[in-house]
Design a protein around this ligand. Structure first.
Ligand code: NBP
Length: 480
């Protein structure tokens, strides 16, 4: 037994993670893959790495020092269950099985419970950063029992991305499915961030007539300010790219149908069941769905839009408005995402440090940005902040940006340019800050047709109006 860590599953992610592990001082990495070709390939390609190959689960277990620690990087779903089953047969109590795949957090909760029965520790760890991140340093979101963190913590810290202040981008998020839950919301926020950037691009292009290359310069400029982030940076790169075959901007020859692997949908489905309005993430997910129905789009293409062409009078002023609208909408999207984590933690009994989550997203992952420091500051100042966007820095940005935000949403609406993420973020902002909402009328309607009852603003208790009778009000059981 010579290896201190093992990796099962040596496709792109697993082999890169194994190489990352092997490159760190003190690590010797046991490697196993169901079909032996991938194992042999990895050995052949990287003779320099401290790998101990295994060709059976028994050999794999025998090559690991105790407590044995193995990271599974196989196709999420049945593959993961098969590997967990095999490992529990060869591992012993106190050993640690880590699932680094993109599992749904409820699967992780189920697996953790089952594995715990055997005395083995099971850790669901969200790993973000794609192939590149796995190799050079991902952002890692491990859940699972506290006890496993003692062994696992130093190993994961050694391979994680490093934030600008030197802190590794990994923290023990919470028990059982907490890590995969947080990874799911990370991906949801990523959807919202991408959609907001896409809407900003579309508005600028159609409002000012600037070329993709010119807009790339705008994004590059924005990347030096409060919007600084990996996604803004790569947006400039994508917009600047010219298609070799046609000489046109690449963005103009890419089919406008956005794909999705499902984590955005998971985030929205979970938010719906938790009762958390993540409208920015939902609109971003729906925008991808809308784009991917060419038959419907073709059928609807004959429907009319506004009569006049859209061209703004002052391009520079409009671009600055869009920048502010983008920042304000981004604040809302992150505020909603953190709200989902807060609600998930309450529902599933996880003690999640929201400030620590924002810190481990500062490097390695797709939504990495300076901005996340502001979120960390906000939670450091007020750990139980009810709505993130009310923290002083964000409230100030919303205060100074809201007029521009409204102008942009008005312009987009009048021009017939879809901006679902911009406009839904603004609607959320106006909803959450409202003194009084028409929810009162909805309660009235619910009471009318379903006797669902209502509460009053002026006295305690629960009431029902006898709508089909003489319409007097009676005290009622609370049936909300
Ligand atoms: P894949 O998701 O393509 O899975 C291929 C691996 O799973 C191979 O090693 C394959 O073994 C193994 N496997 C399967 Br399929 N069924 C198995 C079984 N029943 N028993 C044992 N092994 C089995 O690999 P990937 O693209 O490297 O992704 C790995 C994980 O990482 C996935 O959960 C994925 O969702 C996640 N991921 C994350 C990111 C990210 O940015 N965080 C990016 C990409 C992927 P074989 O060689 O014998 O067929």
């Amino acid at each position: 037994a010579v290896a201190n860590i093992g990796v099962v599953g040596l496709a792109v992610m697993g082999s890169n993670l194994a190489r990352n592990l092997a490159s760190r001082e003190g690590n010797t990495v046991a490697i196993y893959n169901r079909s032996r070709e991938k194992t042999d390939q990895l050995l052949a390609d990287h003779p320099e790495a401290q790998f101990v190959p295994a060709y059976s689960y028994e050999e794999f277990a025998a090559s690991l020092a105790k407590p044995r620690t193995a990271i599974i990087m196989v196709k999420a779903g049945a593959g993961t269950d098969a590997v967990i089953q095999a490992l529990t047969e060869v591992f012993e109590p106190g050993d640690i099985i880590v699932d680094g795949g993109n599992a749904l957090f409820t699967d992780t909760i189920r697996r953790e419970k089952a594995v715990r029965e055997t005395g083995i520790n099971f850790v669901g760890a969200g790993i973000s950063g794609g192939e590149e991140g796995a190799l050079t340093g991902p952002s890692i979101m491990p859940g699972g029992p506290e006890e496993s963190w003692v062994t696992l913590g130093p190993i994961l810290r050694s391979i994680a991305a490093v934030a600008p202040d030197g802190e590794p981008c990994v923290t023990h998020v919470g028990t059982d499915g907490a890590g995969h839950f947080v990874k799911m919301v990370h991906n949801g926020i990523e959807y919202a961030d991408m959609q907001l950037i896409a809407e900003a691009y579309d508005l600028i292009r159609r409002g000012t007539g600037k070329t993709p290359a010119e807009i790339a310069d705008i994004f590059a400029e924005w990347n030096t300010g409060e919007l600084e982030s990996y996604l803004i940076e790569i947006t400039a790169e994508v917009l600047r790219q010219v298609d070799a075959a046609t000489g046109r901007p690449l963005v103009d020859v890419i089919l406008d149908q956005a794909g999705a692997k499902g984590t955005g949908a998971w985030t929205v489905q979970t938010a719906l069941s938790l009762g958390v309005p993540v409208s920015g993430i939902a609109e971003a997910t729906f925008a991808r769905s809308l784009s991917s129905h060419p038959e419907q789009r073709e059928a609807a293409a004959s429907l009319p839009g506004p009569d006049e062409d859209f061209r703004v009078a002052d391009a520079d002023a409009f671009i600055e408005d869009v920048r502010q609208a983008l920042f304000a909408s981004k604040i809302v999207a992150y505020s909603q995402g953190f709200d989902e984590i807060r609600a998930g933690a309450a529902e599933y009994g996880w003690n999640i440090d929201l400030g620590a989550i924002s810190k481990i997203w500062r490097a390695g992952c797709i939504i990495r940005a300076q901005f996340l420091n502001r979120i960390a500051d906000a939670y450091a100042e007020t750990p139980d902040l009810p709505v993130l966007m009310t923290a002083p820095y964000f409230a100030e940005a919303l205060t100074s940006g809201q007029a521009a935000w409204r102008r942009v949403v008005v312009a987009a609406t009048q021009a017939g340019i879809p901006s679902p993420a911009f406009s839904s973020s603004l609607a959320y902002y106006d909803g959450i800050r409202a003194d009084r909402l028409p929810a009162a009328l909805v309660q009235g309607q619910r009471d009318f047709f379903g006797a669902h009852t209502y509460k009053r603003i002026d006295k305690p208790g629960t009431f029902h109006t006898l709508w089909s009778g003489d319409r007097t009000e009676i005290e009622a059981e609370d049936t909300h």
